[in-house]
Design a protein around this ligand. Structure first.
Ligand code: MG
Ligand code: MG
Ligand code: MG
Length: 305
């Protein structure tokens, strides 16, 4: 029986590439694995797959009765609906430990570093398995994406070292130039609906029994969205109602200015204000230096609930 590898819902590059890179490793180790994804890919991931000739993992939304490995998440809110009917063989992740539990012992590779693909790189090294050129290039891009080209406070020496080694394997010297190209692809907003923008990198969290949704758009220049703010808010209101959310927040992260424009709608906005020690104006605020949802947003918002 094959085992499926999947990343979180609304998959980002780390989730998609992680499914691919971990599957290859597991197959090399004699464990038949198939990379899958829970949803559509974003323009950034498309850029990476095209650049290195990667194959898009198959779309799969039901995993009942299957064996699975999870990459880049361990939260029920980001899992397929029937995850409790699947057998979780292992988790490779770099987020806070989520609320998934298992009935059987599992393999766990969880580290507080910048990217799941950095951990997978360490797994290749530990098992002494050679990383193919194309997979190395994709893993390198996933790390550059998750660490915002090393600018994110989540980035560690382990991540920069992994990028340098992967760059050598895939033969790309100027990986920073490639990363900028990748972020420009990621910044493409023309023709995208408000829903597409709000959910491109969107996650829901259970904060002490309360549902909170947090989306993030990482861009080289967020001012291109200046004339779409009302439209984003109107769709956020719909998402809040549809999802029964207490709070929804969208971060427009400017990777050059190194900060985020926060848009939020909440049943109790003082929770958001207290979390970031800010005063909201028209449900908005500028969060200087904030690039990371997992390190600079969730740990401050969670204690408010
Ligand atoms: Mg991710
Ligand atoms: Mg990640
Ligand atoms: Mg990210």
């Amino acid at each position: 029986m094959a085992t499926y590898i999947l990343g979180h819902s609304n998959p980002d590059s780390d989730s998609i590439i992680g499914a691919i890179s971990l599957s290859y490793l597991k197959n090399q180790l004699g464990e038949e694995c198939i990379p899958t994804r829970q949803g559509d890919i974003a323009p950034e991931t498309e850029f990476i797959l095209n650049k290195f000739g990667g194959t898009l993992p198959e779309l799969k939304t039901s995993y009942a009765g299957e064996n699975v490995y999870l990459v880049d998440f361990s939260d029920i809110a980001q899992a397929p609906k029937d995850i409790k009917e699947a057998t979780i063989l292992g988790i490779v992740d770099h987020h806070k430990l989520g609320d998934l539990t298992t009935d059987t012992p599992l393999e766990c590779w969880i580290r507080p570093i910048g990217c799941t693909n950095t951990i997978i790189k360490e797994m290749y090294d530990a098992y002494k398995i050679e990383i193919p050129k194309d997979i190395a290039g994709m893993m390198m891009c996933a790390i550059l994406s998750d660490t915002v080209i090393f600018k994110s406070p989540t980035c560690t020496k382990v991540d920069t070292k992994a990028v340098k080694e992967l760059a050598e394997i895939c033969g790309i010297e100027d990986y920073k130039a490639l990363a900028i190209e990748m972020f420009i692809a990621k910044s493409q907003v023309e023709g995208a609906s408000a829903r597409n923008l709000n959910t491109r990198d969107y996650k829901e969290f259970d904060m002490n029994g309360t549902k909170v949704g947090i989306g993030q758009l990482e861009m080289v220049d967020i001012s291109v969205l200046d004339n779409r703010i009302d439209e984003l808010f109107a769709d956020m209101q719909k998402m809040k109602e549809e999802g029964g959310l207490h709070t929804i927040a969208i971060l427009l992260t400017d990777i050059m200015k190194e900060g985020s424009r926060l848009l939020t709608l909440s049943d109790d906005a003082t929770k958001v204000e207290n979390a970031f020690k800010i005063q909201l104006e028209n449900n908005q605020a500028w969060l200087e230096g904030v690039l990371s949802r997992k390190k600079q947003v969730i740990p401050f918002l969670q204690p408010q609930f």
